[in-house]
Design a protein around this ligand. Structure first.
Ligand code: 5GP
Ligand code: ZN
Length: 131
C-alpha cells in the first residue's frame, strides 16, 4: 500500500515537472499576482481569473499537492482546512444561502492546474447535474 502511494506521488511529480513551474505555487509564493480574499499560514484563497459565477474563488493549500488522487494520510488536516475556509468564506462573501464547492480531479474531470484547489461558487442558481 505504502509502496503504491510512493509510486503514485513520484509519477505525478513527473507530470508536474519542476515544482517551480507550478502556477498555483507561484501564486501562493506571491511570485504571480492574484486577487486574494483570504490567507493564513497554510491556505490561500483568491478569485478565479475566469469566473463561472458572480462569486468564484479558488482555495489552495500553500504546500504543493497535485490532485485528490495524490493525497496521503499526512494531507487529511490540510483538506479539512480547505473545507473549513470554504465554509467561512461563503458567509463572508455573501453566498451562505447557497453555494457549491468543486474539486476537479484529473484531466477527464477538467482539472487543468495540477496543484489541488477547491472551487467555491455562488451568487447565481447552480444547475445539477454538472456538465
Ligand atoms: P481546474 O480546471 O483545474 O479545476 O481549475 C483551474 C482554475 O484556475 C480555472 O477555473 C481557471 O480559470 C483558473 N486559473 C487558471 N490560471 C489562473 C491564474 O493565473 N489566476 C487565477 N486567479 N486563476 C487561474
Ligand atoms: Zn504547486
Amino acid at each position: 500500500m505504502k509502496k503504491d502511494l510512493n509510486l503514485k506521488t513520484r509519477s505525478n511529480l513527473e507530470e508536474v515537472g519542476d515544482l517551480t513551474d507550478c502556477l498555483f505555487c507561484k501564486i501562493a509564493n506571491k511570485e504571480l499576482p492574484s486577487e486574494i480574499v483570504y490567507e493564513d499560514d497554510d491556505v490561500l484563497a483568491f478569485r478565479d481569473i475566469n469566473p463561472q459565477a458572480p462569486v468564484h474563488v479558488l482555495i489552495i493549500p500553500k504546500r504543493h499537492i497535485a490532485s485528490l488522487s495524490d493525497l496521503t494520510e499526512d494531507d487529511k488536516d490540510a483538506m479539512g482546512h480547505l473545507m473549513f475556509v470554504a465554509s467561512k468564506l461563503a458567509g463572508d462573501l455573501g453566498i451562505g444561502e447557497g453555494f457549491r464547492v468543486v474539486v476537479n480531479c484529473g484531466k477527464d474531470a477538467g482539472q487543468s492546474v495540477f496543484h489541488i484547489h477547491m472551487h467555491l461558487l455562488g451568487g447565481r442558481s447552480l444547475g445539477w447535474p454538472p456538465g
